[in-house]
Design a protein. Structure first.
Length: 227
């Protein structure tokens, strides 16, 4: 028996969780574990962004960000770190990544995991409306953030919204579930600021990640992005 919802034996569900992960912190890993448990899935890919089109460059090189993700998730058998965007040339676009994953994982149903702040910025994403052809969305709440009315109207949220994990995984694509009970408010920006200031970060960073940062002298001179 596969466990999970009764029909999951029929189709492979794959959660996809992208981000800069600069650096990966405990909130990211909690989000991944929360997704697997809530949706009763058996696999999730964390995909570090290569060259983002929507924000400034990462502070640290993609090879470091990838390695830190591996270290942070090495005990999570269901979590895979996928270099699909790092290995790609040019700018990383979510819709293109999802299209590639659809080709690589024929028959898999993709569920894209993102925070409410990213969800609210969807209309600014490259070809954002095509994202719904490739996946459904699992949106993680964040204290103090609510759904943008403008975004909700643009993407037709009333038609897309479902209320349970079971409904989300039952759908082909194009549905949206909000996880209002996910409460983990850490930002990578805050973590970088703490590292730069030499503050204690054991509470927010995995020990292996912290050791790696120290060994490689990462985030020490945060004014200059490392190239």
């Amino acid at each position: 028996s596969s466990g999970g919802w009764p029909h999951t034996a029929m189709s492979l569900h794959l959660a996809v969780y992208g981000g800069m992960f600069d650096p990966v912190h405990k909130g990211h890993v909690e989000a991944a574990r929360f997704t697997l448990e809530r949706l009763q899935l058996h696999s999730l890919k964390m995909i570090p962004c290569g060259n983002p089109n929507h924000r400034v460059d990462a502070t640290e090189d993609s090879s470091h960000r990838f390695r830190m993700l591996e270290l942070a998730t090495c005990h999570d058998a269901e979590i895979e770190i996928d270099p699909i965007e790092i290995n790609g040339a040019g700018t990383s676009y979510t819709t293109e990544t999802l299209a590639k994953l659809n080709e690589q994982e024929p028959g898999a149903r993709l569920i894209f995991v993102l925070g409410i702040d990213s969800f609210n910025s969807l209309p600014q994403w490259h070809q954002y409306d095509s994202i719904f052809q490739y996946c459904s969305l699992f949106v993680l709440s964040r204290p103090g953030e609510s759904v943008s009315v403008e975004t909700a109207n643009l993407i037709g949220l009333d038609e897309r919204k479902v209320d349970t994990g079971e409904e989300l995984v039952a759908a082909e694509t194009g549905k949206i579930l909000f996880a209002d009970d996910f409460q983990f408010d850490i930002s990578s920006t805050l973590v970088r600021d703490k590292l730069k200031a030499g503050a204690i970060v054991d509470d927010v960073l995995d020990q292996a990640v912290l050791d790696y940062i120290k060994e490689n002298g990462l985030y020490s001179s945060l004014d200059q992005p490392h190239k």
